[in-house]
Write a protein that binds this ligand. Structure first.
Ligand code: NAD
Length: 297
């Protein structure tokens, strides 16, 4: 029997537990503040920031959203960043990617106060993660670690193949999994668009984490019997429904589930975990800045 990993359920448990931490903060007169910044009007990004704001409301985090005109000069975005860095009510924030082409995303990340960098993408936070001293773990890989914990997926000694080497998923995932720490100690192979014989690397793995953004790149024939399959991919594919599209992952679900011992669906797998871990980072940021100890899930 293949286990369908229920990210909605685990995310909801994490949100519930964070509720307790948020109450502790409230007792000390602290309400965590989380801001989202969106430059431009990319529809997928709009959906993501709306969901993040809704999540904040649901758990009792003060959500603030700032829109920046997509044609504005970089300085306007930098001003917003400087204001958020200086605002004591904002414990953490993120600038939703992708930013418009005329904006240097790396420069944006460098401007964010690293103690408010809820995505964990500031170079200081990336360095700390690599050094095994993470401040904010990036939300998607952290969420995947939490799924492993919830479903007793042992990473220690496991052969894990990650498909994708992005700064937001592949690389931090590899770093977390190879650390000498709980949820780590794996032997990690990182594949990318120049990898030869991808199917050999995925077939060799106990755990496959697909984060390429290529629709249904991985199918059952590329997996070993009993593999754990984590599908990070979210692609919008045109569909004959009310929205006009459906969400499809990097994994061809039906053939993969026949081989897998456990697999995440899309949607309802990794996505909700990413959102929950953003709330986690916001609560942690508030706790640290205000000097109020809380228990984190
Ligand atoms: P990205 O485009 O930055 O990186 C994609 C990576 O996949 C690259 O490293 C590239 O080398 C690799 N790749 C591309 N084609 C490949 C191929 N044929 N074989 C092997 N590797 C290949 O993307 P990203 O930001 O890391 O996101 C990846 C996917 O995950 C996207 O679909 C994105 O929407 C989704 N995503 C989902 C969540 C979530 O919470 N579920 C979070 C972040 C990203």
């Amino acid at each position: 029997m293949t286990t369908i990993i229920d990210g909605e359920r685990v995310a909801s448990e994490i949100r519930d537990a964070l509720g307790g931490s948020i109450e502790t903060l409230a007792d000390a007169g602290v309400r965590p503040g989380l801001a989202t910044v969106l430059m431009g009007d990319d529809p997928a990004s709009e959906t993501y920031v709306n969901m993040k704001q809704r999540d904040c409301e649901e758990v009792g985090i003060e959500g603030v959203h700032v829109d920046v005109d997509g044609d504005a000069p970089a300085e306007e975005l930098y001003e917003t960043i400087d204001e958020l860095n200086a605002d004591p009510a904002i414990h953490g924030y993120l600038v939703q990617a992708p930013v418009p082409d005329h904006i240097d995303y790396r420069e944006v990340l460098r401007r964010i106060d690293p103690t408010k960098d809820l995505d964990g993408f500031h170079p200081e936070n990336v360095g700390r993660l690599v050094a095994g001293d993470a401040r904010f773990k990036p939300c998607t890989p952290h969420g995947i670690q939490k799924l492993f914990e919830a479903y007793d997926v042992e990473t220690e000694g496991a052969d894990v193949t990650i498909v994708g080497r992005s700064e937001i998923v592949g690389k931090p995932m590899a770093n977390l999994l190879m650390q000498k720490a709980d949820g780590g100690n794996a032997t990690v192979t990182v594949c990318h668009s120049r990898t030869r014989n991808l199917e050999e690397k995925t077939r060799d793995a106990d755990v496959v984490i697909a984060a390429s953004g290529v629709t249904e790149l991985i199918d059952g024939s590329m997996l070993s019997e009993g593999a754990v399959v984590i599908d990070v991919g979210i692609s919008r594919v045109e569909a004959d429904n009310e929205r006009g599209y459906e969400l499809v992952g990097d994994v061809e679900f039906e053939s993969a589930r026949e081989k897998a011992s456990a697999i995440t669906p899309v949607p309802g797998g990794v996505g909700p975990m990413t959102r929950a871990m953003l709330l986690y980072n916001a609560v942690m940021a508030a706790s640290e800045r205000e000097g109020v100890a809380v228990e984190l899930p």
